[in-house]
Design a protein around this ligand. Sequence first.
Ligand code: ATP
Length: 236
Amino acid sequence: MAPLLETRALRSAYGRIEVLHGIDLHVTEGEIVALVGANGAGKTTLMRCLSGVQPVTGGEVVFRGQSLSRVPGHRRAGLGLSQSPEGRQIFGELSVDDNLRLGAWSTDRRRMSQGMEEAFALFPMLREKRALPAGSLSGGQQQMLAIARALMAEPVCLLLDEPTMGLAPALIDEIFDVITRLRDRGMTVLLVEQNAFGALSIADRAYVLESGHVTLAGPAADLIQDDRMRAAYLGL
Ligand code: ATP
């Protein structure tokens, strides 16, 4: 099957300092692909290249067979590529409902309310809190809202940057469980995680990024068994 999302020899830099040195990766429809690596490896920069907010200095991003080189970030959600960014970026003063509405790509009222019903089915807690300011939610609840908001754009592929960052273990499990349920319903997910063990536990395949290079890649079940992976990232 042709990949849904691909990077080909992707390079990116901050000023003169190149931080991604030619990344080749792909995500096939219906997969969870994890991208793991230490702080500063370039994971967030790569996600930002995919969503179009970070300039690409070489290579390209290809989505559904189309090069995104000339597609600005604000048009990518409309093509089906939706990101829940690191740090959530929830609008704290707005209600949960309004945050969800802001995520919707379509302004069609029927699709909007259908999207909200799906979000509430996935995260029942959001329905209970729908009228409250998003800033009053706990960290984990805000993370769920951020994912739900990304889903409101009706994506074909969801980009999640560190969705479990800073959360208590029970909530981490809940987030991973939701991501698995989304995949089981046909969603394609690229998941950036520092929690390598958790990410590999739910992913189909994974890539390890080190200093802007892919150093390991393969089925997640194989990487969990890999000695280098276990020593460097899994603390085993
Ligand atoms: P983290 O998990 O800490 O976010 P990461 O793997 O996502 O790490 P990036 O944030 O993509 O890594 O950073 C990759 C490299 O780019 C690092 O060396 C970092 O210091 C550098 N970098 C990131 N943002 C900037 C910036 N705005 N200006 C200059 N250098 C940056």
